[in-house]
Write a protein that binds this ligand. Sequence first.
Ligand SMILES: [Fe+2]
Length: 509
Amino acid sequence: MSAAAVALGSGVPAAARTGGDRVPPDPFRLGVASGDPEPTSVVLWTRLAPDALAPDGHGGMPGRAVDVHYEVAEDERFSRVVRRGRAVATAELAHSVHPEVEGLRPGREYFYRFRAGGEISPAGRTRTAPGPRERVDRLSFATASCQAWYHGHFTAYRHLAEEDLDLVFFLGDYIYEYAINSGNLWRHGVELGPAHDATVRTLEQYRLRYSLFKTDPHLRRAHARAPWVSTWDDHEVQNNYADAHSQYGISIEDFERQRAVAYRAYYENMPLRRSSIPDGPDMRLYRRLAWGRLADVHVLDTRQYRDDFPEDSGAGGEHTDPDRSILGERQERWLTEGLRRSGATWNVLAQQVVMAQIDRDTGPGRTFSMDQWDGFTANRDRLFDAVRRFGIDNLVVLTGDIHRHVAAELKADFTDPDSATIGTELVASSVGSDGDGAPTDRYTELWLSNPHVRFYDGRRGYVLATMTPERLTSEFKVVDHVERDDTAAVSTVARFVTEAGRPGLKREA
Ligand SMILES: [Fe+2]
């Protein structure tokens, strides 16, 4: 970690000089969150922003540092407080704090809240992971992605927040960088000033974008309801970027500068541990967590280290180049090693872009998306080889990105439906992106013409999953509108079962 990263710090520097307790009224408008639970610790988050949409991105906070106190209790009324502490919210990190609370008991539910000045935050609920050797009966989680705030209300989160959840996986596109104006503002009932009608490039603009999206009350409730395990995709920086390569004619040098401020704003706004403090244009987001002996979760970053688009867009086969990687060499090695060592009932990859091969030509031709794993076939082959070599029969891939619900089987040979099934891929539709949507749309046929794709739905929603030592049950949840208002009911449009040790999908409903 560089000196700059240390100076940005997220902990509690012992001798920190702060402005003490003076804070403008109502500083907790962006909510509270927790994340990345371990058996005895969890990271908490809040960011002070009394004037959340102040155009300068500072959230109405003065330039000085402020003390933020937190407490963690066993009960919702905070009568059994088990930990108290202080974090320092600095202007350098947009007055966010990320205290890592230690000394908790494994597999327990906790409640937390913050205090700054005389103000007390709403309470959040979180939980610790079970002990490393524990036999665990059940892990209940939801997956979500792609929350273009301007396309619709976050009604999906309204319902997600009512579920009984141990974890929420967020799989990318927490914000979008596009200018917001009458052309794309489909969310009824809001009016926006000119500060939002510009493509996001600067630190101040990224900060303001997070604040804007966090004005949705259902997003804040979803954060407060359960610990999140978050990863990003492209729109946290810029559409379809690849490592230091912008697709918009920006030089590598300029784009690295933009990536640095985008990554910094991401860290400031998410419940991430200090291991993710950015260092210039670099930020470590890939990481592992375990849920007792039930599940090992490998959280991937397929953006920061990937090779650029092939120059021939795949037509000449350059995308099958054996040197191409979507993970980058170090992350690939780290993942292979993690899979090799895993003794868990389930191995989960929480990641961004579709892994299954998807031929986008419904006729005799073959067309693939170069932005997904199809653009990096050698990397996918190496992963599948490792899965087979280590005898892994429990691979579950959690994906976002396409704004559609999709369930697919991952095949040893995608051109041969009878070939071995390597794993199971559950693609969560978007929370907001693409507005209302419909059960079927102009892409339905394309996706379902791939025989290993077992399900498709074009509405907004989330995936709810329950993992036990025997089986994984996944339910695809949808709401039928999001643009008009946030009143849509939720329904389960499909339910699948995957038996432990038998990758693939059995449809139940
Ligand atoms: Fe998206």
